[in-house]
Ligand binder design. Structure first.
Ligand code: TEU
Length: 558
């Protein structure tokens, strides 16, 4: 909707602290390293930093397994470092959004330790059930593979974990759990942060009786815990009791989110500002399977994008992204990392920065970082990829690791987690020690240092994109209209904003593949001027446009 708000005008830069910058040589990124690099983030033109979890954690799922919500994991630094980080971010006129992970905690959290011992105050903090005969209470699956239930010897019962076995789901039906979580949220807001990215926040409410799920669905059980029966009540209470007292932004991460649900969550009366959906991240699945890779189709991307752009035009707000710490690198998925790395990285960036919604850029995306050439599962660190590799080998379809190597390498979340590439020197300038995960060997070509010196770098193009968005309200508040929905390789859309001075209209023309393409655009654009292209272009007339491979152009008609 077109009501103004700072978080609608913002561009968010996501930082995965473990892989961003290591200041003390232990091979693990830290807060000091990040503080030292804040000028870089600010030079990009980013308004908000979303920081992945830095709370105390045994790091089984890289910090999404929290053992203490109120302290900083020691390898990241101290609370004092974090406070300095916040004030340095604010000093640069940027804002800080923290990750909120409250669907589950770590098994090391004090609440779980007390719960498993049957401490009366905490016994109902998690979802404990008796088994069904010799097996788990129901057929729900963990997102990381295998049953969503683990038997605990101490409590002599099963606990539910929709993610890793070390990530037990909190029991949101328990009022005490809700109040503890709300207090945690308030505690961080009082420290002065500017918002939250809420991990799997549409999974909090589980259906009564925890019934078996459809065994053929993509995630068995999900119809009983996605957008569950009490989710609106929980999130509305969180908003009323805490969030609404602060001028902060909130973005929900919501697996399997539909447009209708997004309107409820992010509309005027909804508890959140915006939400991440996943539909465009599944275009390269084969047969709806994450661990199978297929060809992707631009017409499907158009359908999905238009559905969300138009669906939330009046009510709700989009969060726009290609990459995050869970997604492989976008150039390796929807671009061409070999022949047109720069061009396709710029094209994909143009798409993200010219849509309606708040754009999110993941560290390294602005360099056109690519997937890593994994040669062995031993080099991988992601619990998700490692578990699924095991699970695939247990099926009858595959015999040995080489049969699944390509799929695991392509899909592993580790692709997003290789160290940020700062320079062509050893370990890409990320650390003086041994990095916790190997550096992508292309760092000698793809790195900040070289990109700074090159006017045609992906980095400098991203800077232009952010500036373009800053200068054109139509890119933030304008309507979206797909002008060429049936074309299989070129995407053309307009962003239009009526103001009292007149109409501000931008035209975005994107060739998503590696062949030259010629398209006609509507005659009203005859007089438009070219604002930006990822090729060196002088011609202004856009009525007939011949586009080079992965060419992107933005025209101004006002
Ligand atoms: O991820 C939740 C999740 O299931 C998706 O992001 C998933 O990875 C995606 O649908 C794949 O296409 C969140 C965090 O972002 C992730 O890092 C954590 O491992 C997970 O929750 C558990 O906290």
């Amino acid at each position: 909707d077109d009501e103004r708000a700072w978080w609608k005008e913002a561009v968010v830069y996501q930082i995965y602290p473990r892989s961003f910058a290591d200041s003390n040589g232990d091979g693990f990124g830290d807060l000091r390293g990040l503080i030292n690099r804040l000028d870089y983030v600010s030079s990009l033109g980013a308004d908000v930093i979303w920081l992945n979890p830095v709370y105390d954690s045994p790091q089984r799922d890289n910090g999404y397994d929290i053992s203490d919500y109120h302290s900083i994991h020691d390898r990241y630094g101290t609370m004092g470092d974090w406070e300095e980080l916040l004030s340095e971010i604010h000093a640069r006129d940027m804002k800080l959004v923290m990750d909120l992970v409250v669907n589950h905690t770590s098994i090391d959290h004090e609440w779980f330790q007390k719960s498993r011992r049957g401490d009366p105050e905490y016994e109902d903090y998690y979802i404990w059930r008796e088994g069904d005969g010799d097996g788990p209470p129901n057929n729900w699956q963990s997102f990381f593979g295998g049953s969503a239930w683990t038997y605990d010897e101490e409590r002599e019962a099963y606990y539910l974990h929709l993610y890793d076995t070390s990530q037990p789901d909190l029991n949101w039906e328990n009022e005490a759990v809700r109040q503890d979580v709300f207090e945690t949220i308030e505690w961080w807001l009082e420290k002065g942060i500017d918002g939250f990215r809420m991990d799997v926040i549409n999974l909090l409410s589980k259906a009564d009786g925890l019934p078996d799920g459809d065994p053929d669905s993509e995630w068995v059980g999900s119809e009983h815990f996605i957008d569950g029966p009490r989710i609106a009540e929980y999130l509305d209470a969180m908003d009323e009791q805490v969030l609404s007292n602060y001028d902060v932004m909130t973005v929900g991460e919501m697996p399997q989110l539909s447009v209708d649900q997004a309107k409820t969550y992010t509309g005027t009366d909804g508890p959140l500002d915006m939400a991440f959906h996943f539909q465009h991240t599944k275009l390269d699945y084969a047969e709806n399977q994450r661990w199978a890779v297929g060809e992707w189709d631009l017409k499907e991307l158009k359908e999905i994008t238009s559905r969300w752009q138009n669906g939330l035009a009046e009510e709700g707000w989009n969060a726009i992204y290609w990459e995050n710490h869970d997604q492989p690198r976008v150039v390796s998925r929807y671009g061409d990392p070999v022949n047109y790395r720069r061009e396709s990285a710029k094209l994909l960036g143009t798409f993200s920065l010219t849509l309606s919604g708040t754009p999110y850029i993941y560290q390294g995306q602005e360099l056109g970082m690519t997937n890593s050439p994994w040669t062995s599962i031993a080099d991988m660190r992601d619990v998700d990829a490692i578990n699924h590799a095991k699970a695939l080998l247990e099926t009858d379809d595959y015999d040995e690791y080489t049969d699944i190597q390509d799929t695991i390498s392509y899909r592993s979340r580790d692709n997003a987690r290789t160290p940020m590439q700062w320079s062509p020197s050893e370990n890409a300038g990320f650390t003086d020690g041994d990095p916790w995960i190997q550096v992508n060997p292309n760092y000698d070509e793809v790195n900040v240092g070289d990109a700074e010196d090159d006017p045609d770098s992906v980095l400098n193009y991203y800077r232009e994109l952010l500036e373009l968005r800053d200068n054109h309200d139509a890119l933030v508040y304008g309507d979206y209209c797909d002008l060429l929905p049936n074309h299989e390789s070129v995407y053309v859309y307009a962003r239009t904003l009526g103001t009292h001075e007149g109409t501000d209209r931008l035209l975005v023309v994107l060739n998503f593949f590696g062949d030259e393409e010629t398209v006609d655009v509507p005659v009203e654009f005859e007089t438009a001027t070219l604002l930006l292209s990822n090729y060196d272009r002088a011609d202004d007339d856009p009525t007939t446009v011949t586009l080079a491979p992965y060419e992107a152009r933005v025209y101004d008609l006002s």
